[in-house]
Write a protein that binds this ligand. Structure first.
Ligand code: ZN
Ligand code: FE
Length: 756
């Protein structure tokens, strides 16, 4: 007989971990106990040696799907002659840092019951258990107990209560537990009246979808607008009503098989798609698939699988097997999640609303991820991931990092754990700004952080709304962190290599630089601990009209082409630049409303304009996405020159080549490809020069530009061949959604503020 105690840290609370330990111990006839602790789960087990060894192995290998073990410490112990195994109630002691659990897709056991006609929860849209269901989206306060969730409105009936208190049951302490007898239900609201009863309303909603209607559907973290993806008329009408011109729509398919027929899925992509987080996964569309209006001019589709019981019921009730499922809002507004607001805002956009009674505590969008050439990467971190811990930052003081104004998300560091919030959005919208403030209060109060003791980190941009808010908080201390250094630090934070000196490359659309100009093509040398020195950058160009240049690729083009040796007339074929180009040229020539920039994002816009994208972009990054899509179909022949002189990357030969080749009639797609290859080569050359000079072997890259898969693939191949190690983002987005994590790391650890 021997004994041991085990400390498990990670995502282990609220995910069915204690019942799992209980079952495992009982299976191996071990005695002892399991309890939630401040930072995870504590276990004491005693019994035969072989049984203990098996128990420990299975503890690590067979844990519940939603759990994530970050550390497991096993210590020897003395047998205390216990006779059974128990789940001990945890006395709430001191602080909470075990983390709030993200929302989880419905599990297989619950799905089995959902479609089992003999089960009391058959057809019940709110079925869940300790392994699955809502968490963050229903939590109103901590500790995570039913009275602190939006389920507090419903009193458990006897059967649910018995399950809830039975430590051997899958629903032991499942806070959102409910059944048709005691829990909330769904109703369908149509202009002709309401359909009551979950089954009837789901059946009617499915019928409406088949008939081409647009139905608003209440999900986990907000409302979606759904329609039949194969019904072009429905899709275009959704675009019209939502004021969403071209930005791709996400799809939900009936099952994995259906998804496999639409897009190319690697086994890694499939595991992402079927994971408990159940994100939208971006993947290459098969050329034969025709879904007019879903993702125009885009080689990828965003696909997700049903993740709530309601979604499964809708498909079972006969809804079309490929649905457009897009956030319930008008273009650029935040997603609706409160019922009254949804009815007001979505009634004009949808033909019917499928409204569930369980309130949503906070807005949580769908997450977006992709398996790229450097592995899986989250591009929008929200449902299923938020507000999980992504990194351990060694600092005792709390740190709040508020991110930037675009694709905002915030990070809160509590007792050394960095929790990243859900995607909040662009703060130029009043509603997003409100959500931003609420999220700060929300996380600070849930983790019991007193901001007057915290370090508050914000972007160095003096006019960002997030900067104003950060400075208005009565914080212990505020620190400004330069945007692109934060991008680089976000990559390093994921691995915790605080002292490793790296070449950091940050390429994006825009960020406030040390000199007050608009940066976006920056190379740094340094470490998080010592800070980063800017050692090189894109050759300076101009941004006529400031931020407006980001909306019009031809305007960005004017700011780059002004630096080329001879003026060119681009109004005639093959370019046919509109009048806006000439006006922008004038601004540059006279230095009116023109700003210096080193933005690679705008360089891609300029190239897109030269290859035919001369209209206004209707969403951020559209021109670059279009260019990448063209390049994918181009022949991988040649690479235009993008020379590096030790200090700057010169875009002039690159753009001259694009112009000459287009004039000479070369296929646009081939030119787009040679442009991409040229950019990659130039960056590889610059990386080799800088790494040799500074004796580095690691390159960390981040920034929105690196969402470009073609560029990333060429870069990773080239850097690997050159013997350099490449670090990229995985758990937080390379776009501005990851900036707050980098801010937190630099504010917490960088000794020298001028290099942060
Ligand atoms: Zn379940
Ligand atoms: Fe950025």
């Amino acid at each position: 007989m021997s004994a041991c105690s085990v400390r498990v840290r990670g995502v282990v609370q609220g995910v069915g971990f204690r019942p799992f330990v209980f079952r495992l111990a009982s299976l191996h006839s071990l005695a002892g106990w399991v309890a939630n602790s401040e930072d995870g789960v504590e276990i004491h087990v005693e019994g035969a040696d072989t049984a203990l060894a098996t128990f420990l192995r299975e503890l690590r290998d067979q844990h519940p799907p939603a759990a994530r073990i970050i550390a497991m410490d096993v210590l020897g112990g003395e047998p205390t002659e216990l006779h059974d195994f128990t789940i001990r109630e945890s006395a709430r002691s001191g602080h909470v840092s075990a983390g709030i659990v993200p929302d989880l897709a419905v599990c297989d056991a619950c799905l089995g019951e959902l479609f089992d006609s003999t089960d009391r929860r058959c057809g019940y849209p709110y079925i869940n258990c300790t392994n699955c269901g809502p968490r963050y989206s229903v939590i109103e306060g901590l500790p995570y107990d039913r009275p602190q969730t939006t389920m507090r409105h419903w009193t458990l009936d006897e059967v649910c209560a018995a399950e809830y208190h039975d430590s051997a049951n899958r629903r032991f302490h499942a806070q959102p537990i409910a059944c048709p007898a005691c829990g909330p239900g769904y109703a369908l609201v149509t202009p002709d009246g309401e359909v009551h009863g979950s089954a009837a309303s789901v059946a009617r909603a499915a019928e409406l979808l088949c008939a081409g209607a647009i139905v608003a559907v209440k999900g986990i973290g907000g409302y979606h607008l759904a329609c039949d993806a194969r019904n072009a008329q429905a899709v275009f009408s959704l675009r019209e009503r939502k004021f969403r011109k071209e930005r791709p729509f996400a799809l939900m398919t009936r099952n994995l098989e259906t998804a496999r027929r639409l897009v190319h899925l690697s086994s890694e992509a499939e595991s992402l798609l079927t994971s408990a987080a159940c994100p939208i996964v971006l993947a290459q569309i098969f050329p034969s698939v025709e879904l007019p209006g879903v993702a125009p001019d885009c080689g990828e589709l965003g696909v997700m699988l049903p993740y709530t019981p309601l979604h499964h019921l809708l498909f079972r009730a006969g809804a079309p097997d490929v649905l457009v499922l897009t956030s319930g809002n008008r273009s650029s507004e935040p997603i609706a999640y409160e019922d009254d607001d949804a009815k007001r805002r979505l009634s004009g956009l949808s033909d019917a609303l499928l409204v569930g009674e369980r309130p949503i505590a906070r807005r949580v969008d769908d997450s977006v991820a992709r398996v790229g050439s450097c592995g899986p990467v989250i591009l929008r971190r929200a449902r299923g991931y938020a507000p999980g811990a992504v990194a351990a930052i060694p600092i005792d003081r709390p740190v709040l990092a508020v991110g930037g104004d675009l694709k905002n998300a915030i990070t809160l560091v509590v007792r050394g754990q960095a929790f990243v919030s859900q995607h909040i959005g662009d703060l130029e919208h009043a509603q997003s700004l409100r959500a931003f403030r609420e999220t700060i209060d929300d996380l600070a109060s849930m983790y019991e952080v007193d901001l007057t003791e915290a370090i508050v980190a914000h972007d160095a941009h003096p006019e960002y709304a997030s900067t104003f808010v950060a400075q208005s908080l009565s914080a212990g201390e505020t620190r400004a962190v330069q945007h692109h250094r934060a991008h680089v630090a976000s990559v390093i934070a994921e691995s915790g290599a605080w002292d490793t000196r790296v070449l950091g490359i940050a390429f994006d659309g825009t960020g406030y630089g040390d000199d007050g100009t608009i940066w976006g093509g920056e190379l740094f040398v340094g470490s998080v601990r010592d800070g980063f020195d800017r050692v090189a950058h894109l050759r300076r160009a101009w941004l006529p009209g400031g931020d407006a240049a980001a909306k019009y690729p031809v305007q960005a083009a004017a700011g780059f082409l002004a630096e080329l040796d001879h003026a060119r007339d681009l109004s005639s074929p093959p370019f046919e630049f509109p009048r806006r180009y000439v006006d922008a040229e004038q601004l540059v020539r006279h230095g009116v409303r023109t700003f210096a920039t080193t933005s690679i994002g705008r360089l891609f816009d300029a190239a897109a304009a030269l290859l035919g994208f001369t209209r206004e972009v209707t969403f951020e990054g559209q021109a670059a996405m279009w260019l990448e899509h063209q390049a994918r179909h181009g022949a991988p022949v040649g690479a235009y020159p993008f020379p590096f002189d030790g200090r700057t990357l010169d875009y002039r030969p690159l753009l001259s080549a694009v112009i000459e080749e287009r004039r000479s009639g070369r296929c646009e797609r081939d030119i787009a490809r040679a442009f991409h290859r040229g950019v990659a080569r130039g960056v590889i050359e610059a990386a080799i020069v800088v790494c040799t000079r500074a004796r580095l072997d690691t390159v960390a890259i981040s920034g929105g530009v690196f969402q470009n898969e073609l560029l990333l693939r060429d870069l990773s191949e080239g850097l690997t061949t050159a013997g350099l190690r490449l670090w990229t983002n995985h758990d937080v987005p390379p776009n501005d959604g990851g900036v707050s994590l980098g801010q937190a790391a630099l504010a917490a650890l960088a000794g020298d503020n001028r290099r942060a």
